[in-house]
Write a protein that binds this ligand. Structure first.
Ligand code: SF4
Length: 252
């Protein structure tokens, strides 16, 4: 995230607990890694910190902010707590206009459309990993369904909020032509994809051995991914280039 001045994570941990998640390797202990998906820490002082950052000039208009880098800012608990919403309200109340990029896979994001429309530069990226509910249930059973994520993208776009589609990691796709056509209809500002990231080190996360094992069982290797990416690139066309990995996720 070197292209951003700030990353903003209202929560740590993640209730979605995807099988392939890299973020779990940065959990505070081995026990937290083992139980990834079953705990959430709420940054209760996040609003105070944001207000202080805005007032002191630490966070300024034009700063590039990525929310969030290691968790989803629209956790299921956000429905009850509204912490992400309160942070956005606090930034707006301070009169600061950062270049805000939001990354989520939750339909809860549409509840904040009223706030998004008050930011001058914003993009909301929604992660859509596959076209198949069967595949989703195999790799990310606690996540929202694919159809509600596509609906959230369409709702955001219809409200005039710039959107991005993050096909990351790309899981097995059942009907790439139909999937590509559906994504193209969204006319997103950014499309980005990548395969699962094999291997990890002390300083870099990677896909779990279990998820890579499932992909192997499913016959979904790098060459299958590359073939799907080539087809998707053709369907999306030159006006909607399909970026890969670090090429994508540009600041809004
Ligand atoms: S939603 Fe993102 S942060 Fe949460 S478990 Fe899935 S991949 Fe990890």
């Amino acid at each position: 995230m070197s292209r951003y001045e700030f990353t903003l994570n209202p929560y740590s941990g993640c209730g979605f607990g995807c099988e392939y998640c890299y973020a779990k390797f940065f959990a505070p202990s081995a026990e937290h890694q083992e139980t990834w998906g079953r705990w959430i820490f709420v940054k209760a002082n996040a609003v105070d910190l944001i207000i202080e950052a805005c007032r002191s000039g630490t966070l300024k208009s034009g700063d590039k902010v990525y929310m969030s880098s290691v968790t989803d800012p629209y956790q299921p608990i956000e429905h009850k707590l509204g912490l992400t919403r309160s942070i956005l309200q606090a930034i707006l109340a301070c009169g600061v206009q950062p270049r805000l990029t939001i990354q989520t896979r939750s339909p809860l994001v549409v509840h904040d459309i009223d706030l998004f429309r008050q930011f001058e530069r914003i993009r909301v990226n929604v992660t859509v990993t596959t076209d198949s509910e069967e595949v989703r249930l195999r790799y990310e059973p606690h996540c929202p369904s694919i159809s509600v994520r596509l609906k959230a993208l369409a709702t955001l776009a219809a409200a005039g909020v710039p959107v991005g589609v993050s096909i990351s990691p790309m899981l097995p796709i059942r009907n790439i032509e139909a999937f590509g056509a559906r994504l193209a209809e969204l006319n997103a500002d950014e499309y980005v994809t990548q395969y699962m990231k094999a291997g990890r080190s002390r300083f870099a996360g990677g896909t779990s051995i279990e998820a890579i094992g499932k992909a192997n069982e499913d016959g979904w290797g790098v060459s299958e991914y590359q073939a799907a990416r080539t087809t998707l690139t053709r369907i999306l066309g030159k006006k909607r280039p399909l970026l890969e990995g670090a090429e994508g996720y540009a600041p809004a």
